[in-house]
Design a protein. Structure first.
Length: 131
């Protein structure tokens, strides 16, 4: 799926048109329809990433001569990124991490880790789960 198709998908998910997105982000009308032909600027990708709450890497997949050149160096990283994008809760978590004060986010993560430890004591009897 090219960048434009991804943007169309995200717009549909959000209930916004491509033209509406272009207007909201300050892009020229019709400019997103050319996003697969030209390498977009980092600023443009950051605006799209922030607006949709997805990692910027999601838009870095490039189509070249009918095959896809992946941004990721290994399949595991690409798979995890795709799983994160496909899961609305994971996208929300990523969005919160980007936009929330670091100490508040850490407090939320610690609470979730502790709840997990309580539900699964057999998995982490002494482990701090990466704290």
């Amino acid at each position: 799926m090219g960048r434009y198709e991804k943007i169309k998908f995200l717009c549909k998910e959000r209930g916004i048109t491509i033209t509406g997105l272009e207007k909201e982000l300050g892009f020229a009308r019709g400019s997103l329809s050319k996003i697969d032909k030209n390498q977009p600027s980092a600023d443009r990708l950051e605006k799209l990433s922030s607006y949709f709450g997805v990692p910027i890497e999601y838009f870095l997949e490039v189509q070249n001569f009918g095959h896809i050149q992946e941004y990721y160096e290994d399949e595991e990283t690409a798979r995890l990124a795709q799983e994160m994008f496909d899961d609305p809760d994971m996208r929300a978590l990523f969005h919160m991490k980007k936009n929330m004060d670091a100490s508040k986010f850490k407090a939320h993560m610690n609470m979730m880790k502790e709840l997990y430890r309580l539900e699964h004591p057999e998995e982490y009897p002494e482990d701090d789960m990466g704290d």
